[in-house]
Every structure is written in structure tokens, then in C-alpha cells.
Design a protein around this ligand. Structure first.
Ligand code: HEM
Ligand code: HEM
Length: 719
């Protein structure tokens, strides 16, 4: 019954697009000519569905009545005993007393009347059909006539009122019938119980009364014994007694066999990455404030135009890239079951990339830049440092994989190594001088920009997730084949879509179309990847509650799906017309670079660092980091999406530019608020990392106890 009503409600929802579609302005008409007839169709559909819903409801009720009556037909004994179960203690007392004073005879069960479906239902339905017949077929222009429309509406009003009244009456009738049925059943039951003979029944009733008198001692689950875990499966078994403010999460399993020199290298990558995250987003925060207070300063080094690329490059090459490469060193060697080919090269890469970000940021602030497109504002000698760092990393990763002790190359390494290879190609395309002229430069810029986000950050992070997620869930990845499908389709489509950044530009129309089609094709790897991750999660969702890392994974996966899907939508010409040049793109870039990349990196960092150092972060602080980052991101992006859309609409309506600036003011304020939350979350994250690496407060109690025991003389009692 409920399902049918739901189905009808869905049908009713389906009627709305009928109305919605015709509202789209046609090429010439401002008002859609078909909207009135659509309104009629809509009303008729709503009307019919409402009636069908009522009919179903009545049908369901009649079924219920039938069931009530049917029960009276069932075997008399089971019928009575079923009802006896429902009596409370007092009622049973009365009954037993009564049986003690009077022995009745066995009564006979009479057959109750069976209910037929109310013929009202038929009547009601027929009245509905009549109404439908009366509404007739929409023909020609008559239905677009306002007079006819008003008349139809006026007719519909009393019909709907009539339906309502009939419904109320019928429901009243049903209630009456039901009450009388209950009364009848009650009489019959009372008589039957009274007439039933036998000691057995009295015993049964007494047993039932005893059962009802039973009271729990409140120690059934906890027991009276002190908690004990003989098999060593539970941690902190006695903790339930202590007052709790934060749900305790599972601790990371210690991995004492990790090479401390590798751990040190990785921690340096992560530490410097976090430094750039805090600094880069402090710059972003300041930029966000500048939208609200543009005159905050008049220093050229701090001007918006200079600081914006400082922010983007710092979070791209400083934060995300360094964190990825550091985590990559762990994953590449672990899944190859071997040691990193050369730690020394790892250090070179670290120094080169850090030097590149430091020099790049200072030069950008000083006004020295590449003059070209986004994310390649560093001048070429500075970017060369980064590129050399990448080449060194690639060689190191490849050599490590070549020495692997496993037969297969695990899928993570496919993704990670390809990401580094693609990025070297991208850097060449973005910087080799002979492609940097005229329109070709724009095409190269589109290629560079989107391969940067798609083939560097996304591909690499997917590689990390293919290792860390199954490991955290203690479950194998759902499907290796889906991972391979996503890998190849990502390579196929992502490399084609760069030009979607320049829809409606002078770049050949066909090339723009290829980019749009490629953007649609991206749905394949995105669906494949998301399905794979969520199916790996399947059956493990309950673990989220007891883990401080899994929420980060889940958020990353969800944004992977929604952020990428949003990108596909943005690529369509009809949508890009509104959104391009607006803050909507900024919302998309943060939903993806922050929602996907940063969240996935945090997930992996919180997973790995406690294993490297043996020190857990404080759970409350990880929770604060998670929620502030997530809420901040939502406060940041949702207003920008709304404001960006309104801004695009205002431009298309030909409103003055300054109007759109005024329009955006409250949305920018929200962005500043969201940004502040995100920024504060990064400070907390930096503290958590520090705590996991350098805190001295977290001594290992167990180790300390044994150290103390060593110092004590051996107790003669134990000898
Ligand atoms: C199916 C996947 C995706 C598609 C089809 C897509 C599509 C787009 C489109 C059409 C734009 C340009 C909007 C405009 O300027 O009008 C854009 C911008 C952007 N996207 Fe995506 N996107 C996808 C996934 C991602 C991912 C995974 C990331 C990051 C990891 C990302 C980061 C960005 C960034 C940073 C920009 C801003 C570029 C700029 O500065 O102009 N996108 N995306
Ligand atoms: C506290 C956190 C952050 C704040 C307050 C912030 C703020 C900003 C601001 C104000 C802009 C300039 C937008 C414009 O020109 O309209 C910007 C651009 C950008 N930021 Fe952030 N940001 C933050 C974190 C991040 C992170 C962590 C990433 C990546 C890992 C990132 C990636 C970007 C990108 C790609 C752009 C260029 C957007 C585009 O052109 O579409 N941001 N950010």
C-alpha cells in the first residue's frame, strides 16, 4: 500500500516537468504559447493522481477490514491464545480469579461474516472517471483561452472540495465499521474465553502473569562480574564506566618494521607540505577578506593580482604536490614489498620542490612572473626546479617498482607513476617556448591547466586511495577491473578536455565540442571510481563511527563524484554561458581541489603518520579539523555557486557590471566566513601533525612499565 502511494506520489512529481518544460522561453516568444495547456494537463494529471491515491487508500482500508474479519475465521484456539498474549497483568488477574470461581464449557466458534470490498470504492472510482471524461481532450486554441482556463480552474475547485468531503465521509464510515467490528470481535472473544474449560488454560494464564511480573535487574548485559577479555580482542574493555564526552576511535595499528629513515623522509615531505598549506591558505584567507574590504592595504607586494597566484601555486605545488609525493614514497614501496630505491634522491626532490615554491612565491610577490596562464605563473627557471624534482621522483619510483618482490604491479602504482609521467609532459607543454604563441597558447593553457588538476592531483590521489582505503577498511578493493577501466578511460578523456576552459572563445568550434564530449566521457571513470570505492565501503559503513580517518575518505569520495559531475555540467555550452567568468568556477575549483584532494590527503596522512611515529593525534582535535574544514568548505562554495549563477544571469540580462558586484557582496562575505573556518581547520591540522610527530606527552605506558620492572630486583616470590 505504502509502495503504491509512493509510486503515485512519484507520478505526481513527474507531472511537474510538464509544466516546467514549457516555461523555457522559445526562440521568438517571450511567453511560451503552450504554457496554459500545459497547466491544464498538469492540473488534470494532479487531479487524476489524487483520485487514484484516494482509491488506493480506500482499497488498502478495505483490505484491512477484510483482514480483521478474516482473523475471526482462524482456528479458535490460536485466535484466543493470540489475544491472551495481549492482556496485561491486571486483566490476567481478573481472568484467573474468574476462572477460579466458575468452570465453563467449551464454547463453539462461530464463523464471522466476511467482508467484501466496499462497493463505494467502485462508485468513487467511477465518479473520478466521469470527472476525467468531463475534462476531455485539450483541443486547439480553446485551452489557451484565459476564460476557459479560469472556468476549468473554477470547476476544479468544487470537484476537489467534493472529493475532500467524500473522503472525509468515507473515512468516517470506515472508522464506524471498524469500531463495530472490534466490538463484535470483543464480545465473541469474551464469550469464548469465558466458556473455555480446563486446568491447562488456567496454568497458561498464570505462567503469562508470572512472565509479566518479571522485572529486569538492569545488570543483564553488563553482568555482575568485572569485565574481562580472555581472547584479547577488545581494547579498553572497562572504559564504559568512565564518563565520556567524545566517542573513542580505534587506534592505528603500530608498524614497528617501517624503516625509520624512510619515515623521516616522508615526515619531512608532509611537514613542509603542511607549512605551505597554512601559509598558502593564509594568503587565500587574506584574498577572501580583500573581496569584502578591498582597501585593506595598498602595498604592491600584497596586491590581489600578485597574491592570487601566490595562493594557487602554493597550495598546488607546495601543499598538495609535496604531500602526495611523500605519501607516494610509502605506497610505492609498500605495495611493491620492497624498500625505496634511493632515499637520497627523495631528499633531493624535497629540497628542489620546496626551493621552487619558496622562490616562486617571492618572485610573484615581487611582480616577476611568467605572464602566461593560470598555474604556470612561476618563471621557467623556477618551474625547472620543480620539474627536476619530479624527474628525480619518477626515476626513484620506477626503480623501486622494478625491484618489487610482488608479481603484479598493484593498481596504486599504475596511477601514481602515470601521474608523475603526465606531469612532466604537462610541464613541458606549458613551458616549451614554441607553443606559447597566439591561439595555440590558449589551447596549450587549457591542456596544461586541466591536465594539472586531472592527471597530476586526481590521478595521484586515486592511486593513494586505492592503497589506503582498503587498508583502513581491512577489506580488499571491490573490483580491480573497475579500477583499470577508470584508469584507461581517465587517460582517454581527461587528455581531451582542456579546451572546455575556453568555450565560446576563438579556438575552433570543433575542438571545443571535442572537449565538451570528453567532459561527458569523464563520467565513465568518475562513476567507475566512485562505485569501486563505495562498494569497498559496503558493509563497512559502521566503521566510520569508530574511526577518525574514514570520515575524511568518505567526504573525499563524495566530492570526487559531485565535484567532477559538476565539472561535466559546467562544460556544456548552455551552462558555461552563465557560469564562465563568474565565482561559480571558483566554487568548483575549491569543491574539487579542497573537497577531493585536500580531504583525501588528510585521510591518508592521519592513516599513515601514527604508523610511522606510533603517536596518535588527539581525537577531539581531529574532529574539530574535520568539521571546521567541511563546514567551512560548504560555507565557502554554496554561496559562491548561488551568487555566481545570479551574477551570470545579470550579465546575460545586460545589467551594468557594477550591479553584479553589489549583488555578490553578501556571497563574498560568506566566502570569507567559510574561508576563516577552513583556515582555522588548517591550523588545527598543523597542530595535529606536530602532535603526531613531535609530542613528548604521549609516552608508551606499557613500555615504561617494563623499563621500570627492569630496574627492580627480581622478586623472590616469583622465582
Ligand atoms: C569530470 C571531471 C571534470 C570536469 C568535466 C571538469 C570541468 C571543468 C570546467 C568545464 C571548468 C571550467 C569552467 C569555466 O572556466 O567556465 C573547470 C574548472 C576547473 N576545474 Fe574542473 N572538472 C572536472 C574535475 C575536476 C577535478 C577533479 C579538479 C581538481 C582536482 C578540477 C579542478 C578545476 C579547477 C581548479 C578549475 C578552475 C580552472 C581555472 O582556474 O579556470 N576539476 N572544470
Ligand atoms: C582557507 C582556505 C582557502 C581560502 C580562504 C581560499 C581562498 C581563495 C580565493 C579568495 C581565491 C581567489 C578567487 C577569485 O579570484 O575569485 C582562491 C582561488 C583559488 N584557490 Fe583557494 N582558498 C583556500 C584554500 C584552497 C586550497 C586548499 C586549494 C587547493 C588545494 C585552493 C585552490 C584554489 C584555486 C585552484 C583557485 C583558483 C580558482 C579559479 O580560478 O577558479 N584554495 N582561493
Amino acid at each position: 500500500m505504502k509502495r503504491s502511494l509512493f509510486f503515485l506520489a512519484s507520478l505526481q512529481m513527474m507531472a511537474y516537468p510538464v509544466l516546467g518544460e514549457t516555461k523555457v522561453p522559445g526562440p521568438t516568444a517571450v511567453e511560451a504559447p503552450g504554457s496554459e495547456s500545459a497547466l491544464i494537463v498538469f492540473l488534470v494529471v494532479v487531479f487524476l493522481i489524487t483520485m487514484a491515491g484516494l482509491a488506493l487508500w480506500l482499497f488498502g482500508n478495505s483490505n484491512h477490514l477484510e483482514k480483521l474479519a478474516d482473523r475471526a475465521d482462524e482456528n479458535a484456539e490460536s485466535w484466543i491464545s493470540r489475544h491472551l498474549q495481549d492482556f496485561d497483568e491486571q486483566q490476567l488477574d481478573l481472568l484467573i480469579k474468574r476462572r477460579g470461581t466458575r468452570q465453563g464449557q467449551q464454547g463453539n466458534q462461530g464463523k464471522g461474516a466476511t467482508w467484501k470490498k466496499p462497493f463505494l470504492l467502485f462508485l468513487f472510482l467511477s465518479s473520478g472517471l466521469t470527472a476525467f471524461a468531463q475534462s476531455g481532450e485539450a483541443s486547439g486554441n480553446v485551452w489557451t483561452n484565459p476564460g476557459v482556463l479560469i472556468t476549468v480552474t473554477l470547476i476544479l475547485i468544487p470537484i476537489l472540495i467534493a472529493i475532500y468531503i467524500v473522503a472525509v465521509k468515507v473515512s468516517h464510515l470506515v472508522r464506524k465499521v471498524r469500531t463495530s467490528q472490534i466490538r463484535k470481535n470483543a464480545q465473541k472473544l469474551a464469550r469464548s474465553i469465558d466458556e473455555l474449560a480446563g486446568e491447562e488454560l488456567t496454568q497458561e494464564l498464570t505462567k503469562r502473569r508470572q512472565a509479566l511480573r518479571f522485572r529486569l535487574s538492569d545488570t543483564e548485559l553488563s553482568g555482575v562480574q568485572a569485565p574481562e577479555d580472555k581472547r584479547g580482542l577488545l581494547h579498553h574493555i572497562a572504559e564504559v564506566d568512565s564518563p565520556r564526552f567524545i566517542a573513542p576511535k580505534k587506534k592505528a595499528v603500530k608498524r614497528p618494521d617501517i624503516d625509520p629513515t624512510l619515515a623521516k623522509l616522508i615526515l619531512w615531505y608532509l611537514g613542509t607540505a603542511t607549512f605551505w598549506l597554512v601559509l598558502g591558505t593564509s594568503v587565500g584567507e587574506y584574498l577572501g577578506i580583500k573581496f569584502v574590504a578591498p582597501d585593506a592595504d595598498h602595498v604592491s607586494w600584497l596586491s590581489f593580482g600578485r597574491l592570487r597566484p601566490v595562493h594557487t601555486n602554493m597550495v598546488f605545488w607546495g601543499w598538495s604536490s609535496l604531500a602526495m609525493i611523500g605519501l607516494g614514497y610509502y605506497v610505492v614501496s609498500t605495495v611493491s614489498n620492497t624498500v625505496v630505491a634511493s632515499l637520497k634522491r627523495g631528499w633531493y626532490g624535497l629540497v628542489l620542490i620546496n626551493a621552487s615554491v619558496l622562490a616562486g612565491s617571492l618572485s610573484l610577490m615581487a611582480g616577476i612572473n611568467n605572464g602566461g596562464g593560470e598555474y604556470r605563473e612561476y618563471i621557467w627557471p623556477i618551474m625547472l626546479l620543480f620539474a627536476i624534482g619530479l624527474v628525480i621522483t619518477l626515476v626513484n619510483y620506477l626503480q623501486t617498482i622494478a625491484r618489487r618482490k610482488t608479481k603484479e604491479i598493484y593498481i596504486s602504482n599504475w596511477y601514481i607513476v602515470s601521474a608523475v609521467m603526465f606531469t612532466i609532459v604537462i610541464a613541458l607543454v606549458g613551458y616549451l617556448p614554441f607553443w606559447q604563441n597566439g591561439l595555440g597558447e590558449s589551447i596549450a593553457q587549457g591542456y596544461y591547466m586541466h591536465q594539472g588538476v586531472g592527471m597530476w592531483f586526481m590521478l595521484f590521489n586515486l592511486g593513494l586511495i586505492y592503497y589506503f582505503l582498503p587498508q583502513q577498511l581491512n577489506t580488499p578493493i571491490y573490483s580491480y577491473s573497475l579500477g583499470i577501466l577508470a584508469f584507461w578511460t581517465q587517460i582517454l578523456f581527461y587528455t581531451l578536455i582542456g579546451t572546455h576552459h575556453f568555450i565560446f572563445s576563438a579556438i575552433p568550434w570543433w575542438l571545443q565540442t571535442v572537449a565538451i564530449i570528453g567532459s561527458m566521457g569523464m563520467l565513465i571513470p568518475v562513476f567507475a571510481g566512485t562505485t569501486n570505492f563505495l562498494m569497498t565501503f559496503r558493509g563497512n559503513f559502521h566503521k566510520i563511527g569508530s574511526s577518525y580517518t574514514l570520515p575524511f575518505y568518505l567526504v573525499g569520495i563524495i566530492f570526487y563524484f559531485t565535484g567532477s559531475f559538476q565539472g561535466t555540467a559546467e562544460a556544456f555550452r548552455s551552462a558555461n554561458l552563465y557560469w564562465h567568468f563568474t565565482d561559480f568556477t571558483t566554487a568548483h575549483s575549491h569543491l574539487t581541489m579542497y573537497g577531493i584532494i585536500a580531504f583525501m590527503l588528510w585521510a591518508a596522512i592521519y592513516t599513515l603518520v601514527p604508523r610511522l611515529t606510533g603517536k596518535e593525534p588527539k581525537q577531539a582535535w581531529v574532529g574539530a579539523h574535520f568539521w571546521m574544514a567541511l563546514l567551512g568548505l560548504l560555507f565557502y562554495t554554496i554561496p559562491l555557486m548561488i551568487g555566481g549563477t545570479l551574477k551570470g544571469m545579470a550579465w546575460l540580462e545586460g545589467k551594468p557590471f557594477i550591479d553584479s558586484v553589489v549583488l555578490m557582496a553578501p556571497y563574498w562575505l560568506w566566502r570569507a566566513i567559510g574561508g576563516t573556518l577552513m583556515w582555522a581547520a588548517h591550523l588545527i591540522f598543523a597542530y595535529n601533525l606536530y602532535y603526531m610527530i613531535a609530542s613528548k606527552t604521549q609516552g608508551d605506558l606499557q613500555k615504561a612499565v617494563f623499563a621500570e620492572l627492569e630496574k627492580l630486583p627480581v622478586n623472590p616470590i616469583n622465582q
